[in-house]
Structures are given as structure tokens and as C-alpha cells.
Write a protein that binds this ligand. Structure first.
Ligand SMILES: NC(=O)c1ccc[n+]([C@@H]2O[C@H](COP(=O)([O-])OP(=O)(O)OC[C@H]3O[C@@H](n4cnc5c(N)ncnc54)[C@H](O)[C@@H]3O)[C@@H](O)[C@H]2O)c1
Length: 305
């Protein structure tokens, strides 16, 4: 299959590009590279350094004649979406619709969309949270992700929207709320104190990027159209996570507790039972194993290896 990966220079996207190429697919990356470094470019991928809704995108479709799109490029910060909802909606809804229209004209056969479990479900009464089609996202980021799912459903193009839990692993930038694991690791490697906001009891569902990429690859060949949750169903508090990373590092560490941030979700963990049924997907990487792998990757990077 020939697949366009928007956001293919980013954390999940660049890992996905490698996984798709490994699986024998032909890959075209579309990324504006404003957030990303070029060091994760796979030499076998064709790269277009453009915005996915740019006018040139139509000629990318025409020239490359892709079968499918994995749409990962997005404004990814919940905090940023609260500060600037218009910018979030422009990228994550309006520009994404523009690309969807181009994809329709180009006869794209399948779209896999990186949606967000945490963003859409917020503090949900059902824990772990199953697929809820009537969720009430609290942030513009979550609203944007859910809105684009509706546009996908209305497009007539077969699609799978993967509502991802908190993804972690090598290549994640240590900034923003999505990257708590990389932030903790970098702080430890620099021997600086880390910060925990609130009492440290807030929980998240941490799923490894390798497992997430496998879900994307399988979603490309399923006949199912609709939404799937992708997570581990395991709840880990920030405090527990900090202890796990500290133990892996084997170093003396320190942490500062600061006031909780507005709108912070207390519990977030999702139920991926349907993904097991439909994609035969389930997480394979245990958190301690994935954390060790991520820690070792950052350690090498810091040494310039
Ligand atoms: N990381 C997580 O925990 C997580 C959880 C749920 C959902 N997601 C979703 O997964 C996707 C990938 O997230 P990530 O963590 O890899 O983020 P990332 O910032 O590392 O990657 C996003 C990439 O998209 C590119 N991009 C953004 N807007 C663009 C535009 N208009 N045109 C072209 N390129 C553009 C950026 O340059 C970047 O390389 C996003 O859609 C995000 O919302 C991530």
C-alpha cells in the first residue's frame, strides 16, 4: 500500500513511518517540520515539507496516488488549545476538513486518524472508559478531535479513528502535558528536580508508541469503519510513575509539588476491548519495560550517540 503519513516527522508519526516501511508499505511524509527535527527521517520515505492543507497538497495527492492516509499532524497541546482555541480549531478541524476534501477527490480508500481518549473523555464516570459516542470533551483540543471524527464519518471514506491513551516512548519531545515521561527522564538525566502538579494522585493510561504503531498498521487493513480506543486499561498515578522512573535511573532524584493546574483530569484510563476484537490488538509492552527502553534511548541521545 502507498500511505501518506501527516505529522510523519513527529513523535508517533516518525515511529509509525518506520513501522510501515518495515511492514513493506511505501510511505509519503507530509509535515511542516515546525515542531520536529529532521533526525528521524527514514531514508526510504518520500518527504514533503508542507502544511497538510496547503495548496501543494492537492498535487501531492495527484503525483503520489496514495491508497490511504494516516492523519497525525495536529496542534497537540490541551493547554495551548485553551489559550488559543481558534488556532487549535484552524489546524485540527478546518485545515483537516480541507485535506479530507482533497482526499475525497483523490479517491483515497482509507483514513486512519489519531484521535484522543484523554481529550475526548475528560473525567468520565465510567472507569476504564469504553467507547462513548456522546462524550463531553472539556477542552477545545478534545472538542476538535471529536468534531473531526464526525467529519470523517460524514465523508463516506472508510476510516478508523483511534482514540489514543497517553502515548510514550523514544522520540517524544520533553514538553507539553503529553510528554510527562520524557520530562521526568530529562530532569533526572540533568540532575534537576522534577515538578508534580497537584497531589500526584491523578492517573493516566500510558501506552507505548510501539504498541500504538501496531494498531495503526492493523487498522489500515480492517473492514471496520468507526472509532476504537487504544490503551492499556492500566491506571498509573503521577506519583507512581515518578517512582518507577526514579527506580529505573538508579539515581538520587528530587521532586517539587506545585499547585494543580486548572482543568486537569483526575482519572483517565480507557478500555480497548473492541480493538482486541476488531484488530486483534492488545498492548504488549508493560510500563516498566517501556520506561526502561525510553530511559535508555534518552540517555544515549544526551550522550550524543
Ligand atoms: N502523544 C500522545 O500522548 C497523544 C495522545 C493522543 C492523541 N495524540 C495525537 O497523535 C498525533 C501525533 O502526536 P505526537 O505526540 O506525535 O505529536 P508531535 O507534535 O510530535 O507530532 C505532530 C507532527 O505534526 C506536524 N504538524 C502539525 N501541524 C501540521 C500542519 N498543519 N501541517 C503539517 N504538519 C503539521 C508537526 O510538525 C509534528 O511533526 C496528534 O494528532 C495528537 O493529537 C497524541
Amino acid at each position: 500500500m502507498k500511505i501518506i503519513v501527516t505529522g510523519g516527522a513527529g513523535f508517533i508519526g516518525s515511529n509509525l513511518v518506520d513501522e510501515l516501511i518495515f511492514a513493506g508499505h511505501s510511505v509519503v511524509v507530509v509535515d511542516h517540520y515546525e515542531r520536529s527535527k529532521t533526525r528521524f527521517e527514514n531514508p526510504k520515505a518520500k518527504i514533503y515539507k508542507i502544511k497538510f492543507a496547503d495548496i501543494e497538497m492537492a498535487s501531492v495527492f495527484e503525483k503520489e496516488k496514495p491508497d490511504a492516509i494516516c492523519h497525525l499532524a495536529a496542534q497537540i497541546s490541551v493547554t495551548e488549545s485553551v489559550k488559543n482555541p481558534q488556532k487549535d480549531a484552524q489546524n485540527n478541524i478546518v485545515d483537516s476538513i480541507a485535506m479530507l476534501e482533497m482526499a475525497k477527490k483523490a479517491g483515497i480508500k482509507k483514513i486512519i486518524f489519531s484521535s484522543s481518549g484523554g481529550g475526548i473523555y475528560g473525567d468520565h464516570p465510567e472507569i476504564p472508559t469504553g467507547i462513548d459516542l456522546n462524550a463531553n470533551p472539556l477542552s477545545p483540543y478534545g472538542i476538535g478531535k471529536q468534531s473531526f471524527e464526525y467529519y470523517l464519518a460524514g465523508s463516506g471514506i472508510p476510516y478508523v479513528a483511534l482514540r489514543l491513551a497517553n502515548v510514550y516512548g523514544p522520540r517524544q519531545m520533553s514538553e507539553g502535558e503529553a510528554g510527562v515521561i520524557s520530562i521526568f527522564i530529562e530532569k533526572i538525566l540533568k540532575s534537576e528536580p522534577a515538578k508534580i502538579f497537584g497531589d500526584g494522585l491523578a492517573t493516566r493510561d500510558y501506552v507505548s508508541v510501539g504498541d500504538v504503531c501496531k494498531a495503526f498498521v492493523r487498522a489500515l487493513t480492517t473492514d471496520y469503519t468507526g472509532i476504537l480506543n487504544i490503551g492499556t486499561g492500566v491506571e498509573t498515578s503521577v506519583k507512581e510513575l515518578w517512582q518507577m522512573v526514579t527506580d529505573i535511573s538508579g539515581q538520587e532524584t528530587s521532586v517539587i509539588y506545585e499547585a494543580g493546574r486548572d482543568g486537569e483530569v483526575q482519572r483517565s484510563v480507557i478500555d480497548a476491548t473492541l480493538a482486541k476484537e476488531i484488530l486483534n490488538w492488545q498492548p504488549e509492552v508493560e510500563l516498566t519495560t517501556g520506561l526502561k527502553l525510553t530511559y535508555d534511548w534518552f540517555k544515549k541521545l544526551n550522550r550524543g550517540v
